[in-house]
Design a protein around this ligand. Structure first.
Ligand code: NAD
Length: 274
């Protein structure tokens, strides 16, 4: 897709990666809608975008379809049809064992990170399909490919984003609408800073080393722009995580041995008795 003059709607537009997306799409001459539950931060991002970038800010709580309808109407009234939807808003669970996570906290995480993405798709995908063009970018995480202990609920939410995106890509391709999934590793943002809180208290030197390794969000934005232009399914910005993803897939592939039921699909099915 060519992006000049197109409208790009970014959820979590007031956050670090949202700002990186906005900068990169604005660099291509797109019109930017920064949608966030935190209007103040979205306005700050809008103020930092280069002069001349066509930008607007809208209030959006991704968990509410009513809020989506209002934000969509505002965006369309000013900038016309949305051609690119970036479902990027998300929250972290913080590092802790799953059993220490309260049910309400788990529900909220899923409501924002998973239902929020579904709500965005529900609000825009049908119209994109009817027009025969458009693109949806969903932000997952490296934790959506390679989970680790103490981040279970967050990983579950980001695996859900991948499953949803891959399936949606198949559904929308015949209608001319593309779907890509972004899998960031550690990237400079308020979320990343928040997750560093405990490390900072326990070991400031380690926190400083981690901070120094955070990627700058605009590079993620540029990778997303290239993926939208080329309709690429996956956007990997941090190749340093490849080893852990490979190790996980190798374990999964190694589990594909003989069928559990002898003779299954070979025509000589054994019965449950033997
Ligand atoms: N920063 C990282 O290292 C990293 C790594 C992997 C994935 N991610 C993902 O990237 C996305 C962006 O995160 P970020 O790092 O820029 O964090 P961030 O905290 O800077 O930005 C997230 C934004 O989402 C907004 N938001 C939260 N709840 C919302 C809601 N209900 N409705 C609308 N907006 C809401 C916040 O106000 C915030 O502005 C998230 O989905 C996150 O899970 C981030």
């Amino acid at each position: 897709m060519q992006l000049q003059g197109k409208t790009v709607f970014i959820t979590g537009g007031g956050g670090g990666i949202g700002e990186g997306l906005a900068l990169a799409f604005a660099g291509k001459g797109a019109k930017i809608v920064l949608a966030d539950v935190n209007l103040h931060e979205a306005e700050n991002v809008a103020a930092r975008l280069p002069a001349g970038a066509e930008t607007m800010v809208v209030a959006l709580d991704v968990t509410s379809l009513e809020s989506w309808a209002q934000a969509k109407a505002q965006a369309e009234a000013r900038f016309g049809a949305v051609e690119v939807l970036c479902n990027n808003a998300g929250i972290s669970s913080g590092f802790k064992p799953l059993v220490d996570m309260a049910p309400a906290e788990f529900e909220r995480l899923m409501a924002i990170n998973v239902t929020g993405v579904y709500n965005g798709i529900l609000s825009f995908a049908r119209e994109m399909g009817a027009r025969g063009h458009g693109h949806i970018v969903n932000t997952s995480s490296m934790n959506g490919l390679s989970p680790f202990g103490s981040f279970a609920a967050y990983s579950a939410s980001k695996f859900a984003v991948l499953g949803l995106s891959d399936s949606l890509r198949q559904e929308l391709a015949p209608l001319g609408v593309g779907v890509s999934t972004l899998f960031p590793g550690l990237t400079r943002s308020r979320m990343a800073e928040g997750d560093l809180g405990k490390v900072e208290a326990a070991d400031p030197a380690r926190a400083a080393a981690i901070r120094a390794n955070m990627m700058e969000p605009v590079w993620l934005g540029r990778a997303v722009v290239r993926a939208v232009e080329a309709n690429a399914p996956y956007i990997i910005t941090h190749p340093d995580y490849k080893g852990s993803v490979e190790a996980r897939f190798e374990e999964i592939l190694a589990a594909f041995g003989e069928p559990a039921q002898p003779g299954y699909k070979t025509g000589a099915k054994a019965t449950a008795q033997g």
